[in-house]
Each structure stands twice: as C-alpha cells, then as structure tokens.
Write a new protein. Sequence first.
Length: 287
Amino acid sequence: MQTVLSIAVDALAYGMVLFVISIGLSVTMGLMRVVNLAHGAFAMIGGYIASYAAHDLGLGYAAAVLLAVVGTVVISIPIERLLYRRIYGAPELTQVLMTIGITFCIIGIANYVFGPTLKTIPLPGSLQSSVDLGFRTIGTHRIFAIVCGLIVALALWYTIEKTSFGVKLRASVDNAAMAAALGVRTEIVYAVSFAIAVGLAAFGGVVGAELLPVEPYYALRYMVTFLVVVSVGGAGSISGALLACLILGCIDTTGRYLMPEYGEFFFYLAVIAIVCVFPRGFAGRMK
C-alpha cells in the first residue's frame, strides 16, 4: 500500500509538472498553428535564470520564480517579433526547422552565459518539509506542484473560454483576415499568446526542477516528451493535455518504480497504443 501511494503521489506531481510546461506548447500548436519545438528551451531559460537568481543574487524562491518568468518572457519578445512572426502560417516543415535551429542557439548561448553544468534551484524550508496525512507523509513540494498545475489549468481555461482576449484569439485562429477586418489586432493577440505560453514554460521549468533537472541539454532531452504530451492530449485542448499528462505520468512513474531497468519503454508503449486508438489525441481539434 505504501508503494501504491508513493507511486500515486509522484505520478500526480510529475503529471502536473508536465502539464504546466507542455500546455504552452499545446496553445501554440493548437490555437496558433505553430509547431514550436523550441518550447522546452524556454523552460530551460527559466530554470537557468531562477538558479542564477537564487545562487548568485541571493533572492528567495518566490522572487527567483517571478524573475525567471518575467526574464524569459522579455527574452522571448524579440525572438517572437524577429523570428516566429516569419513562420506563422508557414508549412510545418519550415516551422520545425526554424524552431530546432532556435533550440540549438538557445542551448549554446545559455551554456556560454551560465556554464554547461547542472543547475539547482534551492527550495525554501516550507517546500522541503512533509505533510503528515496519518497513514503516510507527502513531500510539500509534490503538493505544491500539484496545486500549481490545477491553478494553471483553471486560469488558462478561463482566459481562453471566458474572456474577450480568448474570443479574439479563437477568432484570429479561425480567420485572421476577417478578425483583422473587424478590428482585432492579430499581431498583438499572437504576441500575447506566445508570451503566455513562454511564461508557463518558464514557470513549469522552475517548479518542476526537482523532477525534471535543469541541465545543459534540457531542451533536447525533453523536447520529444513535451511534444508527445501535446499530441496525445490533442493540440489546443486544455482538458486533453491534462488527461494526457496524468495518464502518461502515471504510466511512466509506475514503470520507473517497479521496473526501472526498462527506462521510458512503458511511456512510449502507452503513447503508441493511445495514438492508435485516438489518432488526433484525446481531444484533438478537427482541421
């Protein structure tokens, strides 16, 4: 029973971390129609900035997280304006090649500036403790990751489905020319959407650093993982991405607990099985 509970808690925390990082990619792929393989690179930037803020600037955890999110968004603004705007609406192969190139450039610059070593983000004492539930204890950081995932899911769903910005975004996706004719500034809508996606990636990279360590080739190591989560959940679907993260997180965590020698075998076996049954993902949008 102790093993089952440990697997359940770790799987839920891992799934939520995957969700926070991957949901931004789901937004850019499903709503903005951009295959952004550099998404993990922005999560890495967030982790590097937070580590620098904590170790070199002596800032607390909350300040480091805030600086990481804001700093990553600021860095992404010229990248979006100068590079990503050139591939909006471009063929998918063009988007893939461009974003892979951006990924390698970011990795090279980050390693040159911060050094090619594993980066740690020290947790405050409140997140290093455990919560006693009576029948077992749960690490506070695990609970924190789970709560962050739930808050991000609700906030993003409300923003896209219930606000005027969400209406403008969906209108721009369905027919950008018509939306622009009606007064919607589509360039600003896309820029804000991209900034939100990048900010979430940075936030997830910091919050999930205990589960997905920030190291020199983080962007490449987890590129396929983030892309798989979006594909299984269905690009553009918040509920689909959340379901995919929870299911794949559970399968991956269970496999690593019980049969660690198999590595990620069960994770990708589950992906193959799910894609065979749901070719467009759990909640994929029809094109």
